[in-house]
Structure formats: structure tokens, C-alpha cells
Design a protein around this ligand. Structure first.
Ligand code: AMP
Ligand code: ZN
Length: 124
């Protein structure tokens, strides 16, 4: 059985947007939602998502550029608000090879540590 991304009715983050699954919300407007990652990989670990269902970054089109730009600018603002003045890391995992687990595009914001670990472990 090939790996199939779930339909959006089945999408965990669409359910969080709809309020059907709780989240620790940080910020919301008509376009985007920001909440704490349930399994933080750093002292600060936020997820920024468009409210519109887009499965992966590879599925975006030029019409998604404004919301994606809004997410990046908001990421910087919220990182600072959460004490990441010394820096932070953003990650977008894309598809199976990229290690994406939830198929609703999201930007990870990680920070709050004096220095984050290496971005990737080199292959053995
Ligand atoms: P990715 O591997 O890039 O798809 O990341 C998915 C992220 O979603 C992981 O860091 C998970 O810890 C996080 N996650 C999964 N379920 C929830 C949830 N219910 N609330 C908040 N974050 C979640
Ligand atoms: Zn979704």
C-alpha cells in the first residue's frame, strides 16, 4: 500500500483549526493558527499553520504565497515574544523523505535554548 496523505476531513490540524481537538493556542487570525507542539523538541516549540488545508509545502501554489509569507513574518515576531531574541530555527518537513508526519503544512519554530543541536546528523 503506497503512503497516502489523509484527506483534509481526516486531518489532525484541520481538526485543531475547527476546535474539535484542543491545542495550546498562541496566536490566531483569519488566515493562520499558532500553537505549542505537543511534544516539544526545544524549550520553545511552536507550530504555525495556514487555516486552509494544504497537505505539504510541495502542494503550494503562487496563490498561497501571501499566507506563507505571513507565517514567516509571524514566526519571527512570536519567537521574539517567547524569549528567542538570541535566535531560533524554523523547519518545514516535506513529504515522506522529509520526515513529515502531519500532512497539513506547518512551520516549526524552535528556540529558547542557549544553542540548538546540529540540524541534521550526517549519514553514517
Ligand atoms: P512533522 O513531523 O513536521 O509533520 O511535525 C508534526 C508535529 O506535530 C510533531 O512535532 C508533533 O509533535 C506535532 N503534533 C502532533 N500532534 C499534535 C497535537 N495534537 N498538538 C500539537 N502538536 C502536535
Ligand atoms: Zn488540514
Amino acid at each position: 500500500m503506497p503512503h497516502m496523505p489523509p484527506a483534509h476531513t481526516d486531518c489532525l490540524f484541520c481538526k485543531i483549526v475547527a476546535g474539535e481537538i484542543p491545542s495550546r493556542k498562541v496566536y490566531e487570525d483569519d488566515q493562520i493558527l499558532v500553537f505549542h507542539d505537543i511534544k516539544p523538541a526545544a524549550p520553545v516549540h511552536l507550530l504555525l499553520i495556514p487555516k486552509k488545508h494544504i497537505a505539504t509545502l510541495a502542494d503550494t501554489t503562487p496563490e498561497d504565497a501571501p499566507v506563507l509569507g505571513h507565517i514567516l513574518v509571524k514566526a519571527a515576531e512570536l519567537a521574539k515574544e517567547h524569549g528567542c531574541e538570541a535566535g531560533f530555527r524554523t523547519i518545514v518537513n516535506v513529504g515522506k523523505a522529509g520526515g513529515q508526519e502531519v500532512y497539513h503544512v506547518h512551520l516549526h519554530v524552535l528556540g529558547g535554548a542557549p544553542r540548538l543541536g546540529p540540524m541534521l546528523t550526517p549519514p553514517a
